[in-house]
Design a protein around this ligand. Structure first.
Ligand code: NAD
Length: 421
């Protein structure tokens, strides 16, 4: 039992089961929704700069496409596996339904450490992976985006590869592209910005003043760094930060912008070697246990489990990462009165602006950054308020409340469409 609960797909299914039970969902519908609709596994060769050839494995999983095309990022990480991609795809289905954008859920991944590849190797790997999964993606079928280990440049190569195959440019095949090739203003910051809006709303709800709040952020990539910078700009003190190189703690507050500058010029693209007066080094697990008001995991799954949940000392847990908390930890934190804002709500800003990018690409008409931010903020604030209202009314966790909204929407769409044939 315990090991199944650390399998991300087992966790995703357990979270779904709780919601299905509470909704009293028809058993046949449960059977349909708790498994992915399509799974593609690919093994493909990539020529390295020294002439050697290595075979890589990757996946693209479409969990559900009932409410619209599948949507979800592509992860490049050594620990990618099919069950992780399945879980991430399922979480995308619920996330898109929760913020009510017309998408299903998907995810992709390649088992690779992108930091060990040269730029040319990374480009060849991306182009070949794009060609391999081209059979199931498309602007009206499945639209990838960046996730851990991928970025706007990777999306640009992906888009170019599909465009070369088709013989014309297909900007709406991916989101999170560079602005120069049809990306949306505000997309790079969107997930972290959404996290900061949710943090502000959650703090307001528990009566926590951000000017007096101590914040710890795990992960300093796209999501973690922008969340930390923006929550800091709202007045909070970022006392702890970490990345793959470990944790950094300063009770007077870390200089997030100096850390961002440091990482940009670092040959390893990590915080390794960063110094600031009064800053202590910690392990990533010690970092999570720092006493703080707001804890923001923004790295990978399974960071807060039954083993360390009892030692987490925060008032608010804002899940910027996907799947950072196991169900066992969820229950312990709920009993201890920690307000957990679930991933499918907290980090939904990314897919929301991805949706804006896709819409702009399809209509070839682009919005201003103010329009993007204003629409994004409205969706995040509204989604937070509706989930909180259900959580308070039903006396349940915000995760279960969010799942009730999302699963109900997908279940209703499935019922209305009917079972083919
Ligand atoms: P990223 O690759 O930009 O950054 C990942 C960060 O995590 C890096 O700082 C890395 O050093 C750190 N990290 C890796 N292993 C770690 C470990 N064991 N302990 C601590 N830190 C570690 O990825 P990202 O896009 O920022 O994604 C982070 C999380 O947010 C993921 O769960 C992802 O699925 C989720 N997410 C991302 C987006 C998006 O728009 N990029 C949207 C929604 C959710």
């Amino acid at each position: 039992m315990a090991s199944e609960y650390h399998n991300p797909f087992g966790i995703a299914q357990a979270q779904f089961d709780l919601a299905a039970e509470k909704l009293n969902l028809d058993q046949n519908l449960r059977a349909v929704l708790r498994v992915p609709q399509r799974e593609l596994s690919v093994n493909f060769p990539v020529k390295h700069d020294d002439g050697s050839i290595k075979v890589y494995s990757g996946y693209r999983v479409q969990h559900n496409i009932t409410r619209g095309p599948a949507k979800g990022g592509i992860r490049y990480h050594p620990s990618v596996n099919l069950d992780e991609v399945r879980a991430l795809a399922m979480w995308m289905t619920w996330k898109c339904a929760l913020v009510n954008i017309p998408y299903g859920g998907a995810k992709g991944g390649v088992i690779v450490d992108p930091k060990l590849l040269s730029m040319t190797e990374l480009e060849r790997l991306t182009r070949r992976y794009a060609a391999e999964i081209s059979v199931i993606v498309g602007p009206e079928r499945d639209i990838p985006a960046p996730d851990v280990g991928t970025n706007a440049q990777v999306m640009s190569w992906f888009m170019d590869t599909i465009s070369m195959h088709r013989g014309y440019t297909v900007p709406a095949i991916v989101t999170g592209k560079p602005i120069e090739v049809g990306g949306s203003l505000g997309r790079v910051d969107a997930t972290g910005h959404g996290v900061s809006v949710i943090t502000r709303e959650a703090a307001k709800h528990i009566g926590l003043r951000l000017e007096q709040a101590k914040v710890v952020v795990q992960g300093f990539g796209n999501v973690g760094s922008i969340s930390a910078a923006q929550i800091g700009e709202m007045g909070a003190r970022i006392v702890g930060l970490s990345d793959v190189s470990g944790g950094y703690y300063n009770r007077r507050g870390l200089d997030v912008h100096a850390m961002l500058d440091y990482i940009k010029q670092s040959p390893t693209k990590t915080l390794e070697g960063y110094h600031q007066t009064g800053t202590e080094r910690l392990t990533n697990s010690e970092l999570l246990e720092i006493e703080c008001d707001i804890l923001v995991p923004a790295a990978l799954e399974n960071q807060i489990t039954g083993l360390n949940a009892g030692r987490i000392r925060t008032k608010l847990l804002i899940e910027a990462a996907n799947g950072p908390t196991t169900p066992e930890a969820d229950a312990l934190l709920y009993d201890r009165g920690v307000l957990v804002v679930p991933d499918i709500l907290a980090n939904a800003g990314g897919v929301t602006v991805s949706y804006f990018e896709w819409v702009q690409g399809l209509q070839e008409f682009f919005w201003s950054e103010e329009e993007i931010t204003e629409r994004l903020d409205r969706i995040m604030v509204r989604s937070f308020a509706s989930v909180l209202e259900i959580a308070l009314r039903e006396k349940i966790s915000m995760r279960l409340a969010a799942y009730l909204v999302a699963v109900k929407r997908v279940a209703e769409a499935t019922t209305i469409r009917g079972i083919y044939p």
